[in-house]
Ligand binder design. Structure first.
Ligand SMILES: NC(=O)c1ccc[n+]([C@@H]2O[C@H](COP(=O)([O-])OP(=O)(O)OC[C@H]3O[C@@H](n4cnc5c(N)ncnc54)[C@H](O)[C@@H]3O)[C@@H](O)[C@H]2O)c1
Length: 351
């Protein structure tokens, strides 16, 4: 029998990819709850919202009554919680929204989920899970060596990562104290189609083709572990459906790259697909700007637990995924223009 998933943040970057996957590749009924902040757009659903299995609600997860009514009405088998304020630079300029949505919102959803779970019976109760989607940034920064595992100590450094760390702790406590069945996943940097153009990969593509400077924070030697969004989505569905109650799974792409490597690779792809006039190279547009305050040096994920226990491995290499991503942005300038709204591409979070 088909499952019903109540998914928060389904109009955002990763959430919309999850919705497209569930609608196009499974028979799941999707209850998509999203406030439609600057980062959310129904244009990111790629037509999946036309399906009769997709039900959209423009709600704030802080709204207890609305969330309560939704679970009562749709009786989900799983709740997958992705809604969040997600941009580190914005969290530096204005942490308040991050505290509200990421911490208070998660608390609210846990309370609603708990009440709903306690009302269930039999097989439906046994199979219910609350899946909290989180980030590797909760672990803080690595030195030259080592990897984040599921038991790495939490040491968040930005208001964003601290708010996500708080929400992870709440989820753990609702499992240990109230016996709410939960799974938590902590994932590395995602890239791919439909990401709001404030984040590194889409920002660089927009600025490159506009002939603008390509800003690199600090020396560009900060390292992130990059994962193609569709690989993440498959990991999320695997964790929601097969993950063990109370367990944490790290998700990563085995693609450690410095920021300057990422940008240089994208410039080379752009040189190949849409060469600049006069034989100039896109990499000539790179400029180094003041570093982000509290900028974590290196993130790298040990994803062996999800591989070993749930059989998930990423399918894209960075080279294949980033080429698909660049091609997608070049072919979807209308989407970029539609979602960009008031965002000009200017630097955020430099205070
Ligand atoms: N992007 C990454 O690289 C990455 C990596 C690891 C984990 N994550 C986590 O994955 C989740 C999704 O990230 P993303 O990159 O898709 O973020 P995003 O910013 O693209 O999307 C977030 C979505 O949540 C919605 N939202 C925000 N506040 C809300 C509220 N109060 N009520 C209801 N909806 C609200 C927004 O409208 C938006 O559609 C987040 O929890 C994030 O912490 C992201």
């Amino acid at each position: 029998m088909s499952k019903t998933v109540l998914l928060t943040g389904g109009a955002g970057f990763i959430g919309s990819a999850l919705v497209r996957y569930l609608i196009n590749q499974t028979d799941t009924v999707v209850i998509n709850v999203d406030k439609l902040t600057y980062a959310g757009s129904l244009h990111s659903l790629g037509g999946a919202d036309a399906s009769q299995r997709h039900h959209f609600y423009q709600y704030d997860i802080i709204d207890t009554e609305a969330m309560q009514a939704l679970v009562d009405k749709h009786q989900p088998d799983y709740i997958m919680h992705l809604a969040a304020e997600s941009h580190v630079d914005r969290s530096i300029d204005g942490p308040g929204e991050f505290i509200q949505t990421n911490i208070v919102g998660t608390y609210n959803l846990l309370q609603v989920a708990l009440g709903y779970y306690q009302s269930l019976e039999g097989a439906k109760k046994d199979a219910f899970k609350f899946h909290h989607i989180s980030t590797d940034e909760v672990y803080g920064s690595l030195g030259e060596t080592g990897l984040f595992t599921e038991t790495t100590r939490y040491k968040p450094n930005s208001p964003y990562s601290a708010s996500k760390a708080s929400s992870d702790h709440l989820v753990r406590a609702w499992n240990k104290t109230y016996k709410l069945p939960v799974v938590v996943s902590n994932c590395s940097n995602n890239y791919g189609p439909f990401q709001f153009p404030e984040k590194l990969v889409p920002l660089i593509i927009q600025k490159a083709v506009a002939g603008e400077p390509l800003p690199i924070y600090g020396k560009g030697d900060n390292i992130r572990d990059w994962l193609f969004v569709d690989d993440h989505v498959k990991a999320l569905w695997t964790i929601a459906t097969q993950g063990e109650n109370g367990e944490v799974y790290n998700v990563g792409g085995h693609n450690e790259k410095t920021n300057i490597e990422v940008v240089t690779i994208m410039c080379a792809i752009l040189d190949d697909i849409t060469p600049r006039a006069g034989g100039k190279k896109y990499a000539e547009q790179i400029v180094y700007v003041a570093d982000r305050p509290g900028h974590d040096r290196r993130y790298a994920i040990d994803a062996s637990k999800i591989e070993r226990e749930l059989g998930w491995t990423p399918q894209e290499t960075f080279e294949t995924g980033i080429r698909k991503t660049v091609e997608w942005y070049l072919g979807n300038v209308e989407w970029v223009a539609t979602v960009s709204g008031g965002y000009s591409g200017d630097r955020l979070g430099s205070k």
